[in-house]
Design a protein around this ligand. Structure first.
Ligand code: PAN
Ligand code: ZN
Length: 187
């Protein structure tokens, strides 16, 4: 492999050239939002784009540093703000760094032992996700929440655990403000 550089375009909210662009629509997240009836009602009309991920083109291999740009759009399913699926790393002892570039939101984290933490993120926030912590971002702002992420190449992504258990905390709008509440469906 040879050294290379790519361009993070702040205006276009993308990395060029991009290794791979992934789209997550509401239909990819069925059952993840608290209000299942509202999810299905929205899906009968439309399939909104929740977030996009632009990968930097580095292989997911030991020794490498894959990185990507996430563009999480503003919106809600019922009172719950748009969010990413969230995951543990398969190699649990791997960390990750998020750098906030635009907009605002929360980085929700939790361990399998039931510890939970939420960090507020905005442009300039360097958030550190330690080993063993699952992570999900939530857009609580009016515009796109955009952040850059870097993680160890052998980390791997486990989405199944979160699909089964959900997150300990939900981020909901109450009187126009984001509030964190315990997830009644967490298992
Ligand atoms: C991030 C996430 C990205 C999208 O790059 O993969 O923000 O979120 P989901 O992967 O949960 O859909 C990261 O944490 N990589 O490890
Ligand atoms: Zn990750």
């Amino acid at each position: 492999m040879k050294p290379f550089a790519t361009t993070l375009s702040f205006a276009e909210r993308m990395i060029t050239p991009c290794g791979q662009r992934t789209e997550r629509r509401l239909s990819h997240m069925r059952g993840m939002y608290q209000d299942i009836a509202e999810t299905e009602a929205i899906l009968r009309r439309d399939d909104p784009l929740i977030y996009e991920v632009y990968a930097g083109g580095v292989p997911e291999k030991e020794g490498q540093l894959p990185h990507c740009l996430t563009v999480l759009y503003p919106g809600q399913v019922g009172d719950e703000y748009y969010m990413t699926k969230g995951h543990f790393h398969v190699a649990m002892d791997t960390a990750e760094i998020y750098l906030g570039l635009e907009g605002e939101g929360y980085l929700l984290m939790q361990t399998k032992e039931g510890d939970s933490q939420a960090l507020e993120m905005e442009r300039g926030t360097i958030a550190y996700i330690p080993p063993y912590w699952a992570h999900r971002t939530v857009n609580t702002g009016k515009g796109p929440f955009v952040f850059f992420a870097v993680w160890p190449g052998h980390a791997g992504h486990d989405y199944g655990t979160i699909e089964e258990s959900g997150f300990l905390k939900l981020v909901m709008e109450r009187d126009g403000q984001p509030v964190l509440i315990p997830n009644p469906r967490y298992r």
